[in-house]
Design a protein around this ligand. Structure first.
Ligand code: TYM
Length: 332
């Protein structure tokens, strides 16, 4: 069986970029009976950014409710909260001791904070906590602890998966073959989903389309998508349009062909946005109801995640024991 694993951190509401690049392919893969899927809420990764308890709590449950509302079947997927699996943090520490600081210096989430600090002319360490600095090591532990084969993610996570491979290789070199080397799965067409302003859709740019807004708010957000100044009635290129790119992910092949024709025949941007709103909203109507129901019954979410954590811990324990044996923790 192939192991497929991915996580989302609770640093903002789950958005269309998370859905298209990670959740949608992950749910598709989970239907394949030849794989074991592990999907989790990377809550302690989120803690590096969110230090308000209400917000942290709300966002964490929000991710759980999102996966379930979109059809994750907890009978088929091992679905858990990272912080319920202490084995991950024990492995993370062990891996920290084997990881050079230089490797972390090159990680781009950390480097982008340094760049920002330089631009602002403030001390280079401003806003850098140790969790942010060692973030990729915890992510390596998430992945390596389960002998993961494949990690479906967006492009921004490729470097993290590569760091996990480097860390695994380092351990294997020193202690003998132990960890499998993971591979990322990134679809070229959806590697970087653009946000409202055309930059990468990101919680940190405030340019996201959250999945579970009201229909009204969804319409308002979609109407804000930045477009070029091609006048109404003039032909438009679907293949360079962010509206069309998003449309393709929610529409049927027939609808996609229709909208392509309308672009070539000179649809106005306003109408194109209206078409986009309609397919996204139609797709989300049912999940939105489920999401709201789940958010109103956190006990249900807890029950599901508790079950998932039991399974995840049982899967993780033997490898962690092997690691502890290899580092010399036991008399043998
Ligand atoms: P996070 O929470 O930032 O994002 C979750 C997933 O969504 C993808 N993504 C995007 N893809 C395309 N275009 C975008 N605009 C876009 N925005 C977000 C991300 O690439 C990701 O796949 N470090 C991870 C969480 C994590 C993890 C893991 C992932 C922790 N441990 C182990 C995989 C395996 C993160 O911050 O994702």
């Amino acid at each position: 069986d192939e192991i497929v694993l991915t996580g989302i951190k609770p640093t903002g509401k789950v958005h269309v970029g998370n859905y298209i690049a990670a959740i949608k392919p992950a749910l598709q893969i989970a239907k394949d009976s030849n794989c074991t899927a592990l999907y989790f809420i990377a809550d302690y990764h989120g803690l590096t950014f969110i230090q308000n308890s209400n917000e942290f709590n709300e966002l964490s449950y929000g991710i759980a409710a999102t996966w379930l509302a979109l059809g994750l079947d907890p009978e088929r997927v091992v679905f858990y909260r990272q912080s319920d699996v202490p084995e991950i943090f024990e492995l993370s520490w062990i891996l920290s001791c084997l990881t050079s600081k230089g490797l972390m210096n090159r990680a781009h989430a950390y480097k982008s904070v340094l760049d920002k600090n330089e631009q602002l002319g403030v001390d280079m360490d401003t806003g850098v906590n140790m969790g942010l600095f060692t973030y990729p090591i915890l992510m390596a532990a998430d992945i390596l602890l389960f002998q993961t084969d494949k990690v479906p993610v967006g492009k921004d996570q490729i470097q993290h998966v590569e760091i996990a491979r480097d860390i695994a290789e380092g351990f294997n070199r020193n202690y003998g073959e132990t960890f499998k080397l993971p591979n990322y799965i990134v679809d070229d067409n959806t590697a970087v989903i653009p946000g409202l302003d055309g930059r990468k859709m990101s919680k940190s740019y405030s340019n996201t389309i959250p999945l579970f807004e009201s229909a009204d708010d969804l319409r308002k957000l979609i109407s804000k998508i930045k477009t070029d100044s091609t006048p109404p009635h003039e032909p438009k290129n679907p293949d360079t349009s962010n509206i069309f790119l998003l449309y393709k992910e929610f529409a049927t092949p027939g609808q996609v062909q229709d909208l392509r024709d309308k672009f070539l025949n000179g649809i106005s941007w306003g109408e194109a946005k209206q078409e986009l709103f309609q397919v996204v909203n139609a797709f989300l109507e049912e999940p939105r109801r489920k999401y709201n129901d789940l958010m109103a019954s956190p006990d249900k979410i807890d029950m599901i995640l508790d079950e998932g954590a039991k399974k995840a811990r049982a899967m993780a324990a033997p490898l962690l024991e092997e690691v502890k044996r290899k580092i010399g923790r036991y008399k043998c």
